[in-house]
Design a protein around this ligand. Structure first.
Ligand SMILES: Nc1ncnc2c1ncn2[C@@H]1O[C@H](COP(=O)(O)OP(=O)(O)OP(=O)(O)O)[C@@H](O)[C@H]1O
Ligand SMILES: [Mg+2]
Length: 276
């Protein structure tokens, strides 16, 4: 059981004078328990990739299979839930509860209103306070959380999130990261993000795009062992990790990288002690 993309290519407006080759031969593998972090500079193809994985676009060539069926097939309906980069573009109902319960109701789930209320609570939006609100009256951060709730409520086996923490404050980021962490027990999750601090520590795989191609694909350990292709693609690692990489570059025996500043400081001072 997996979401598998093989040699995936996509060109916008193919065959016209305006054609844009957006993806050039990508491979993706996602299964339950995975957290795939997708990184890449602006315009590198991240949102296009998620739309293809969700079956919202058909590949120009290559394949996307969800548990063995093409992603755009009727049998794949509801199996990959996607949160768009612009959450407002997802809303349509008069109340937030109606909006968030639409997905599970449409898929024939039992108790869609309860699933919606649980999903709103999971992202830190109290269903009693927010359930009756029009989704179009929400603040940017509330709208982002509400859009994520809409995907969580579907309880889909694959969850595809396009910049889920963009525009959120610290508490909002924490709520969303915790909610995504809980989903991984029952789903495969792919996250497009510019926030490596939030997602790299618990990622199982990293895919970095550069101009529609794979600049790096591998585990977090592999990334930190050889970060050059990732950094050369214009991408950022957490400052705390950069400090350890610089120390390693100066010959300190840093060992495994820490993501927490306090643990990193302890490791660096220990490494210094062993050298002198
Ligand atoms: N509807 C479209 N028609 C034509 N070109 C498009 C369309 N949507 C995206 N593109 C182009 O495809 C490329 C990839 O776009 P995409 O939205 O996937 O990038 P992205 O990595 O998500 O960028 P960002 O970080 O800015 O969200 C870009 O060159 C973009 O201009
Ligand atoms: Mg995008």
């Amino acid at each position: 059981m997996a979401l598998v993309a093989a040699n995936l290519c996509y060109t916008y407006a193919a065959g016209t004078a305006y054609e844009v080759p957006a993806l050039l031969g990508l491979d993706v593998h996602l299964e339950c328990g995975d957290l795939l972090v997708i990184a890449g500079t602006t315009g590198s193809g991240k949102s296009t990739l998620l739309r293809l994985l969700a079956g919202l676009l058909r590949p120009s060539s290559g394949t996307v299979g969800l548990d063995g069926s093409p992603a755009s097939d009727r049998r794949s309906r509801g199996r990959a839930a996607m949160v768009f980069q612009n959450p407002e573009s997802q809303f349509f109902a008069e109340s937030l509860l109606a909006d968030v319960s639409f997905g599970p109701r449409n898929l024939g789930a039992q108790e869609p209103a309860r699933l919606a209320a649980d999903a709103l609570a999971a992202v830190g939006l109290d269903p009693d306070t927010f359930g009756d609100r029009s989704p179009f009256t929400l603040s940017g951060g509330e709208a982002r959380r509400a859009a994520i709730a809409g995907a969580l409520a579907m309880r889909a086996p694959y969850l595809l999130l396009d910049e889920p923490t963009a525009g959120l404050d610290r508490r909002g980021r924490r709520d969303v990261v915790l909610a995504i962490g809980r989903e991984r027990h029952r789903a495969g999750v792919a996250v497009v993000t510019h926030d490596p601090e939030e997602f790299l520590p618990s990622a199982t795989r990293v895919l970095a795009l550069h101009a529609g191609e794979t600049a790096f694909a591998g585990s977090v350990d592999e990334l930190l062992a050889n970060p050059s292709p990732y950094l050369e693609a214009g991408l950022r690692l957490p400052e705390v990790v950069m400090a350890q990489l610089f120390a390693r570059g100066r010959g300190l025996p840093v060992g495994a990288m820490e993501f927490e500043p306090e643990a990193a400081a302890a490791r660096l001072s220990h490494a210094r002690g062993t050298r002198s």
